[in-house]
Design a protein around this ligand. Structure first.
Ligand code: FAD
Length: 554
């Protein structure tokens, strides 16, 4: 196809749309590129909205990554804000646009059309949901509305509904502004993209910062009176507050595509091929509005994240100009700051592996983020999920105060490259005491997992130590002082350094389940015991993992 005077229309001017527009211009000086955005702003930092609310980004303008003027000047793109594309006529290859400023509708023809309309926040049909104190968070306008309520009404308390990453970021932001927050989550855990036990430290962090967390709870109604609002919870409680922020997920904006007869998938997103082309070969779709293939599981899913939207926008533009780029699936790499804690994840979680019947093995480790003798070291907890035969890495989650981004990014790269736990053993990663350890936590995860697969160690999990069989015997090899601070009921204590001299205390006819604090001393004990003829397993992640499970179930 010739590049000459190709008319490219783009619907949506933020992550996917703006990326597509800029890439299209870089590929062709001749193309006529028009970007329609129904809102007032293009290319704003959705991801930065909570941080302006909190005050961490004091200058509102910093959120406007690109302005229409700058986009016109640098990329010669015809940017039309407050212009909403209201329909697509595929036969005529034109769109109908509503100019909200000029108050008129007009048509524009296209050779290629890119849809990047994003996803809209869910709003449950509850009594009172349209009250003026109820907001969602998607746009600059939403952010301004929240800040206005805070300034005008100075609410003492806010209710944030939904404990996903946006709900958590908004909770933190409001707390930073001195507002008390009740965080309501329907699921038994916050951050449902992680596994339950990995969220225990996040729960603690919220409690440390005074957040009133209500799990297994939904809101059933919102009432308004002169004094403000009150939210009725499924538990029967009522919470008085001056602000209610709904963060209960998003759904793809598919109206335009659906009405144009473009194929919509089972998950409710626009169906695209690997070139980001929809069922109409001249129409592309990208970003939160499209269904993607899960890199690890191979199933169709919705993963609304900025990185995929940006890359897909670029790929759609490439393909309009015949570059043949392909989008290589989404793995859901994500990270979230919750006060002083960070939780990150990539690939599939354990819940997903169970749901899809995918065989897996898992290990937990709790190393320090960097050399412990260098000031400021803090523990990080990593869960690694991998194929029990091949060792191919299926997913990972990490939580801690520092160094989470680095480990999850390395593991995300490893998953993308199809690497195994054996490969993790050999990764040569940066090391100096302020940054890491000579055996980085990622190497260490590889050692532990590979030991299991090579049969050098047998591990057991929380369920085993919480409910040992009659033919099993729990031994805790921590020090007496550690045991006094908390232990697993029924475990016999022999500190690891005394183990060789006290083997007689252990039953030969039972399988020994060895426990320590994080799984390091218990592995050593395991090696001692097996060489003395005991049948043995050690508890992966140790008492720290046990506490993560029990705390998360509280
Ligand atoms: P959007 O960026 O939402 O852009 C779609 C645009 O299309 C909208 O501006 C909309 O007004 C416009 N539009 C829709 N229909 C029409 C129409 N018919 N005509 C004209 N214009 C139209 N992701 C991360 O990876 N990391 C983060 O930290 C992160 N933080 C986030 C924090 C918040 C508060 C929010 C809301 C999102 C966050 N995200 C984050 C998600 C990320 O912002 C989205 O995945 C990404 O913006 C999706 O890009 P998109 O182009 O598909 O949609």
């Amino acid at each position: 196809m010739s590049n000459k005077k190709k008319r490219i229309l783009i619907v949506g001017g933020v992550a996917g749309g703006a990326s597509a527009a800029a890439r299209a211009r870089r590929l062709s000086e001749d193309a006529e590129i028009t970007l329609f955005e129904r809102g007032k702003y293009i290319s704003f930092a959705n991801c930065g909205l909570p941080y302006h609310i909190s005050g961490a980004i004091p200058n509102r303008k910093k959120l406007l990554v690109q302005t229409p003027d700058a986009m016109r000047k640098r990329f010669r793109i015809d940017v039309r804000t407050r212009n909403e594309v209201i329909s697509v006529n595929r036969e005529k290859k034109e769109v109908i646009v509503r100019d909200h400023e000029g108050k008129k509708d007009y048509s524009e023809p296209y050779d290629a059309l890119i849809l990047s309309p994003g996803a809209e926040p869910n709003r449950p049909p509850l009594p009172g949901v349209d009250s003026k104190h109820v907001v969602t968070v998607r746009s600059m306008h939403d952010m301004d509305a929240i800040i206005k309520v805070m300034k005008d009404n100075k609410p003492d308390r806010a209710v944030v509904v939904g404990g996903g990453y946006i709900g958590l970021e908004i909770t933190e932001a409001l707390c930073e502004r001195g507002v008390k927050v009740t965080l309501v989550e329907l699921a038994p855990q916050i951050m449902v993209t992680a596994d339950l036990e990995m969220t225990a430290p996040v729960k603690q962090e919220l409690s440390l910062h005074g957040v009133d967390l209500r799990l297994n709870t939904s809101i059933t109604a919102i009432n308004e009176d002169e004094e403000g609002s009150s939210v009725v919870l499924s538990t029967g409680d009522t919470v008085r507050c001056g602000l209610i922020v709904l963060c209960i997920g998003v759904k793809p904006e598919i109206k335009l595509a659906y009405e144009a007869g473009i194929e919509i998938g089972k998950r409710g997103g626009i169906v695209v091929d690997e070139h980001m082309r929809t069922s109409d070969p001249d129409i592309y779709a990208v970003g939160d509005a499209v269904e993607v293939t899960d890199l690890v599981g191979g199933f169709q899913t919705l993963i609304p994240l900025a990185g995929p939207a940006n890359r897909q926008g670029r790929i759609a533009a490439d393909n309009i100009f015949g570059h043949g780029s392909t989008y290589k699936k989404t793995q859901g790499t994500a990270i979230c700051k919750v006060f002083d804690l960070t939780i990150g994840m990539t690939g599939m979680n354990e819940k997903g592996l169970i749901r899809t019947g995918t065989p897996y093995e898992k290990i937990y480790i709790h190393p320090a983020n960097h050399a412990t003798y260098y000031p400021g070291a803090s523990p990080i907890s990593i869960k690694l999920l991998f194929n029990p035969e091949s060792g191919v890495i299926l997913g990972s989650q990490a939580v801690g105060h520092s160094g989470i981004d680095k480990r999850i990014d390395v593991l995300a790269t490893a998953i993308r490259a199809g690497m195994t736990v054996y490969d993790l053993e050999h990764l040569e990663l940066t090391y100096a005491p302020p940054y890491g350890s000579a055996k980085d936590p990622v190497n260490y995860a590889g050692f532990v997992a590979a030991n299991v697969l090579r049969g050098e160690a047998r591990i057991c999990q929380y369920e085993d130590v919480a409910n040992p069989g009659d033919d099993q015997f729990l031994v805790d090899v921590r020090t007496t002082a550690e045991i006094e601070a908390g232990n697993i009921p029924g475990a016999h204590n022999i500190p690891v350094d005394e183990l060789r001299g006290r083997l007689g205390e252990l039953p030969k006819n039972k399988e020994i389940l060895v426990i320590c604090q994080v799984g390091l001393r218990s592995y050593l004990a395991y090696r001692i015991l097996t060489q003395h003829g005991f049948r043995c397993q050690y508890f992966s992640g140790g008492y720290k993992t046990y506490l993560a499970f029990t705390d998360s179930l509280l």
